[in-house]
Design a protein around this ligand. Structure first.
Ligand code: FES
Ligand code: FES
Length: 157
């Protein structure tokens, strides 16, 4: 079936089987390999994307469900100042090891800081509770998100 939606700010029209997941559409058909394929069961968060601004597991969304809606992946936020602050904090705070969880982690953190620019540590933990990291132990990821929030606040006039 034909699907039309907005992907990273651009209108996209594509063909997809009705049972194709958004994950497979983005990663396999549209080549967005920043969207990671992990458990495919809604458990790991590696496939997180933003759907109309809210984080979702793209392995649990069927491609036809995005008809007329806006999908954002990490690729669409390359020039975004908030995402830039998050990337910098993740790198400087040593929050990245193998990197597999990081796109999903960054998008969950981004959605949190857009809604809540000064989160508590508990709120950060809640925001990333659906994103599993097998490498870092989470401490540095949480610190990086708190640091990014602080940097963004300090840069504001
Ligand atoms: S691949 Fe979607 S939640 Fe794990
Ligand atoms: S950095 Fe390896 S899974 Fe998170």
């Amino acid at each position: 079936m034909r699907i039309t939606f907005e992907l990273n700010g651009k209108r996209v029209e594509c063909e997809a089987r009705p049972n194709k997941t958004l994950l497979d559409l983005l990663r396999a058909d549209l080549g967005l390999t920043s969207v990671k394929k992990g458990c495919e069961q809604g458990e790991c968060g590696a496939c997180t994307v933003l759907l109309d601004g809210a984080p979702v597991n793209s392995c649990l969304v069927l491609a036809p469900q995005v008809e007329g809606r806006a999908v954002t992946t990490l690729d669409g936020l390359v020039d975004d100042p908030l995402m830039a602050a998050l990337r910098k904090a993740f790198m400087e705070d040593g929050a990245i090891q193998c990197g597999f969880c990081i796109p999903g982690m960054l998008l969950s953190a981004y959605a949190l800081l857009r809604e809540n620019p000064r989160p508590t540590e508990e709120e950060v933990k809640t925001a990333i509770e659906g994103n599993i990291c097998r490498c870092t132990g989470y401490i540095k990821i949480i610190e990086a998100i708190m640091d990014a929030a602080e940097r963004i606040q300090n840069e504001r006039p």
